[in-house]
Design a protein. Structure first.
Length: 309
């Protein structure tokens, strides 16, 4: 009689392996989805640019229309404007926030916990790693938004920055090193909230699906979990995302702070301004999460070995 197949499991992944796989997966997702992010930023900043104008037709209309306008007027490559600081951001921010999530979650639930982690512990871990990671990576976010915000310029008018590294140095020289952390308040709030929504919801949705008949730890489960995480994240994070983009998109003193930006946006543009660019934001975050989590689940296997349980 043939021996029954013994169940298999995988060895634990190291912290270094988790960071590398997280940074790599976040970078892959960034390259694939940054055109949607560029469209989102342009739509969010459009309201500020048109403030006080009467009977002016908006330049950008919808996600597809915005992408088409940028490609037609500035060239397709302009949709990837900001990719260099975007990759800087994902290596730092993505590597830290995703890579530290499991260790921090395990710290919060304690070594003696048995069973699934409670949802509130997952949320707490996501908030913690999101806030810590963006505190380190916030300058990369600022430069990315500044580069994405520049549209087609009149002939003879030079761009503010020739590239990512020039943007870092120019901002530091002209505005001061601390200005690289402009908008840190809304940025921490936005990224802590979205990180908790993404990672905790992915964790929870995946955990729930794996308990249902017919589901296993495969690509379909990862795909559905990633979509769920993206939808929850954009619903929760859109208001702080709009405030962050408006504060970072200008080097002037248009806003006194996070609260002032929120109040001015509400007063001048209305409540729905906080969900301006919702569709490109959801398309961006939803697709970003799908690509990132699918890549992450596969990449992590390179740092572990399959062994008998």
């Amino acid at each position: 009689m043939a021996d029954e197949k013994k169940p298999k499991t995988r060895t634990p992944i190291s912290l270094a392996g988790t960071f590398i796989s997280s940074a790599f997966s976040a970078s892959v997702a960034e390259v694939c989805t940054i055109p949607l992010d560029t469209a989102k930023v342009r739509l969010q900043l459009q309201g500020k640019a048109l403030a006080g104008e009467v009977n002016v037709v908006p330049k950008y209309r919808g996600m597809v229309g915005t992408i088409a306008t940028i490609a037609r007027e500035e060239g397709t490559i302009s949709l990837w404007r900001g990719i260099v600081p975007g990759l800087h951001r994902q290596i730092l921010f993505g590597g830290l926030r995703i890579g530290l999530y499991e260790p921090v979650k395990n710290l919060y639930i304690g070594p003696n916990h048995v069973g699934d982690a409670p949802l509130h512990k997952k949320i707490a871990a996501g908030l913690t790693t999101g806030a810590l990671a963006i505190a380190v990576a916030s300058p990369t976010d600022l430069v990315k938004v500044r580069l994405q915000a520049e549209g087609k310029l009149p002939p003879g008018v030079p761009r503010r920055y020739s590239g990512a590294m020039n943007a870092y140095s120019t901002i530091a020289k002209q505005e001061g090193v601390t200005k690289l952390w402009t908008g840190l308040g809304p940025n921490v709030a936005r990224n802590a909230i979205i990180n908790a929504a993404e990672l905790a919801s992915y964790d929870q949705v995946k955990q729930t699906l794996l308990k249902l008949p017919g589901f296993s730890d495969n690509v379909v489960t990862h795909l559905l979990s990633g979509l769920g995480a993206g939808f929850i994240a954009v619903c929760v994070g859109s208001p702080v995302d709009v405030v962050k983009s408006r504060m970072m998109g200008s080097s002037s003193t248009a806003y006194k702070g996070t609260v002032d930006c929120f109040v001015q946006t509400l007063k001048n543009d209305g409540l729905m301004a906080f969900y301006k660019g919702f569709l490109p934001n959801f398309a961006r975050i939803g697709s970003w999460n799908v690509v990132m989590f699918l890549t992450l689940e596969q990449t992590k296997k390179l740092f572990t070995k399959e062994v008998e349980a």
